[in-house]
Design a binder for this molecule. Structure first.
Ligand code: PMP
Length: 404
């Protein structure tokens, strides 16, 4: 078979994607994906095509990206350990800073031990793969993150989905499942596209009744919910615990990486069975240094969390009053639901003209007809920034006919 012949099944797919991109990007001011934004120091502003725009769709929940202390820690880590890690963690890749970071993560989250992965995605795939295999059953919330779904699919376990944030439906799914094997229920603590919180006490009760393990992904909960940003257990005042907690170092913590916390024997087990941990290079020194310093700052400066919580509640109240649909958001993640994909693009484009970036999330990332701008209120946004953004959201919505 010659080379062009070998591509024949792929070529129509590649051409269809090219056509869609050309359709969407005919006007560069309407381009929303893969745009190279230049950060403007430790501010919520970005530079794009010579314009300074207020970014309202970033992940930096506690405003630490570009913080001079975090930058200095990353530089110090490079000075001491270089730019790369010469191997995987099990071989030459572990540096003392990895172990310091793991101690800090475990200490911050109130568990005996922790492991860090090279991304949150790798952490989910590795953790789920270490926990389950053929003969086991995994129960996933319909809105679980893609890394959870992918990790679960790779295990060869039986997969079952339950309705979003519906412990009653999970209960019925568990009752109907084949007996035997590990039963693992996985939820996001905070859902990244909706900003709502998993009902941990009810899920715990259902899991206990059916002998299932409960795993939470704290990616959007760390630094966001709980009085001091310690996530979903703190949010529910430590009345219940999850069996397995994982998260990322790429959102409130402005670095890269994923983490899991648990008992020392459990971490020793995960270390030896999580394939992305075993077979992918260790997290780079700069990331480890930045993550460690950010967690220490989060520990010392919980007012960053309370500020963002207060301002996101204020933001939600105002935009709801103005007539926006923010679904069931109760966190810093606030969707502004606008309906069709086209509405989302038109709205984002009008917003950009008003000096604000609000990024559209369209199907299949969200159900058709529920396209939205995914807004995040962070500790980097001053009250004046947020008020400026609110004015822009409302005026752009009126201009595009989304609000009357
Ligand atoms: N879990 C959730 C809920 C996420 O939203 C994300 C990233 N968007 C991840 C895991 C993956 O994390 P990372 O980007 O650090 O790989």
């Amino acid at each position: 078979m010659n080379a062009p012949e070998a591509w024949r099944h792929l070529e129509p797919k590649i051409e269809a994607v090219g056509q869609r991109i050309r359709q969407l990007e005919w006007d560069s001011s309407r381009r929303n994906n893969f745009v190279p934004y230049t950060a403007d120091g430790n501010t919520p502003y970005v530079m794009l095509d010579g314009e300074r725009l207020l970014m309202m769709s970033g992940y930096g929940y506690i405003g630490l990206n570009g913080d001079t202390r975090v930058v200095a820690a990353a530089k110090a880590a490079i000075d001491e350990y270089g730019t790369g890690t010469p191997g995987v963690r099990a071989l030459a890749g572990t540096i003392p800073l990895h172990e310091e970071l793991e101690e800090e993560v475990a200490h911050f989250l109130g568990r005996e031990s922790a492991l860090v992965f090279s991304s949150g995605y790798a952490g989910n795939v590795g953790t789920i793969g270490a926990l389950c295999g053929p003969g086991d059953t995994i129960f996933l919330d319909k809105l679980d993150h893609a890394s959870i779904v992918d990790g679960a699919q790779l295990t060869g376990a039986t997969l079952t989905r339950f309705r979003h944030n519906d412990p009653g439906h999970l209960d019925r799914r568990l009752a109907a499942a084949e007996p035997g094997g590990t039963r693992l229920v996985i939820v996001d603590s905070v859902y990244s596209m909706d900003g709502d919180i998993a009902p941990l006490p009810e899920l715990r009760e259902v899991c206990d009744r059916h002998g299932a393990l409960l795993m939470v992904d704290e990616a959007h909960a760390l630094g966001v919910i709980g009085a001091t940003g310690r996530g979903i257990e703190e949010h529910f005042e430590y009345k219940v615990r999850a069996d397995i907690k994982v998260g990322t170092l790429s959102k409130a913590v402005p670095a890269n990486g994923g983490w899991i916390v648990g008992s020392k024997p459990f971490m020793d087990y995960v270390k030896r069975f999580a394939r992305p941990f075993l077979f992918s290079a260790a997290l780079a020194p700069a990331q480890v240094g930045a993550a460690l310093e950010s967690l220490r700052i989060l520990d010392r400066e919980p007012e960053r969390v309370t500020y963002a919580q207060r301002e996101s509640a204020r933001f939600r109240d105002i935009v709801k009053q103005a007539g926006f649909n923010t679904a069931d958001s109760e966190t810093a993640v606030v969707p502004l639901i606008v309906g069709s994909d086209q509405n989302a693009w038109d709205y984002a484009s009008a917003l950009r003209k008003a000096g604000v970036i609000g990024l559209p999330v369209i199907s299949p990332a969200v159900p058709p007809g529920l396209a939205r701008l995914r807004i995040a209120i962070t500790a980097a946004h001053s009250r004046a920034d947020i008020d400026f953004a609110i004015d822009a959201f409302v005026s752009a919505a009126r201009q595009t006919g989304l609000l009357s």
